[in-house]
Design a protein around this ligand. Structure first.
Ligand code: ADP
Ligand code: MG
Length: 364
């Protein structure tokens, strides 16, 4: 099911005297295509859960409209929207078995939607198979691991066979390995069922790895929407550039002068004559450095961390704006590094320039 947000704003009133109101979601306009997995990504407090709750019907927007397919659902109560919801805290019923937890949303269906007990068990078994817990149906939540509990929560959201699945940081309570495994499983289930899914996370790697499209948010505003790789390669501003990628992009103070791009006093390369001269931020992705003895970027060498196939060259530069530069280089080049200095050339496609005032991207 296609989802459309039209000028959607949610303002929470300030609590207490003189408290300021919060624009948790500020004028959202975007369309979520049918059958895709969308990663809603941004730092804590940026309005992700609020957006999800507006879509689920648990919250009403202050302004704007929400459409599911052709139907407006802005004021439709949550129970009539046909969405499956999974939260960070799975909130299973501890005294019910896995089977009873999964069939719970089917118990009180009315009229045409009413199901017999056999039908309910059949649906629950199908959902349980999708998340591979069909052999745990008689257990209670207390007898399951965190990962298994989260799968029960996902099965419970799937059992209604809704057209939309909303997941709010569903993996944050799992350990690293299980998180990786479960996110791949969510992707597989989403592809198998074709259910339009919105996956909320503050973890950029998680969002990038499984989403068809990511929506990057900050302070209630959408900063960029696109395919993960496109957003990584072409961020619209410094915030998006810094938010995506591990290790993060390396940001330097620079300038455009006499038709060339400088980092501090080092001239990196010539740019189009049309680019306005002035102070800029220069972002270089870790994979954008090339070891070169007479390269234009003159850095001090702190240390080298070899990590199998790659090594991380940790370096310094007078114009660098953070703790230390991290360049990712194939470890076979280790022999080229010695002493306390290192020079780099850069791959122009991995160098991103931003206006110093607005922090918007400048195309060079
Ligand atoms: P996220 O899920 O991205 O961490 P939220 O959507 O939960 O962020 O919150 C966005 C902003 O709205 C935060 O500043 C938060 O404090 C505020 N907020 C969320 N819910 C409420 C509420 N019920 N009342 C007042 N402020 C709220
Ligand atoms: Mg949240």
């Amino acid at each position: 099911m296609k989802i459309l947000l039209e000028n959607v704003t949610k303002i929470f009133p300030g609590r207490g005297k003189g408290a300021k109101e919060v624009r948790a979601v500020d004028n959202f306009n975007f369309e979520i295509p049918d059958g895709k997995l969308i990663g809603l990504l941004g730092p804590s407090g940026c309005g992700k859960s609020t957006t999800l709750n507006l879509l689920s019907g648990l919250l009403q927007p202050t302004e704007g409209k929400i459409f599911f397919g052709e139907d407006e659902v802005t004021n439709l109560p949550a129970e009539h929207r046909g969405v499956g919801l999974v939260f960070q805290n799975y909130a299973l019923y501890p005294h019910l078995t896995v089977l009873q937890n999964i069939t719970f949303p089917l118990e009180n269906l009315k009229g045409d939607a009413k199901l017999t007990k056999e039908e309910r068990v059949k649906r629950a078994t199908e959902a349980a198979k999708l998340v591979q817990i069909e052999n745990l149906m008689d257990r209670k939540p207390g007898e399951l691991s965190g990962g298994q509990q989260q799968r029960v929560a996902i099965a419970r959201a799937l059992v209604k066979m809704t057209k939309v699945l909303l997941l709010d940081e569903p993996l944050s309570n799992l350990d690293a390995r299980l998180r990786l495994q479960t996110r791949e499983e969510i992707r597989r289930i989403q592809k198998e069922t074709g259910i339009t899914t919105i996956f909320v996370t503050h973890d950029q790697e998680e969002a990038m790895s499984i989403s068809d499209m990511i929506v990057v948010m900050k302070d209630g505003l959408v900063h960029q929407i696109g395919k993960p790789q496109e957003v990584y390669d072409n961020p619209t501003n410094l915030f998006v550039a810094k938010f995506l990628g591990t290790p993060p992009i390396n940001v330097f103070a620079g300038k455009i002068e006499d038709g060339a791009l400088y980092v501090g006093e080092d001239k990196l390369f010539d740019v189009s004559v049309d680019v306005k001269p002035g102070d800029v931020y220069v972002g270089i992705r870790p994979e954008g450095f090339v070891l070169q003895a007479d390269g234009p970027l003159h850095c001090s060498l702190s240390r080298v961390e070899v990590m199998g196939r790659d090594m991380s060259v940790v370096a310094g530069h007078p114009a660098f704006l953070d703790a230390s530069i991290r360049a990712i280089i194939a470890s076979e080049n280790l022999a080229e590094i010695s002493g306390d200095a290192v020079n780099f050339d850069v791959k122009p496609g991995k160098v991103l320039v931003f206006d110093k005032e607005t922090e918007e991207r400048i195309l060079i």
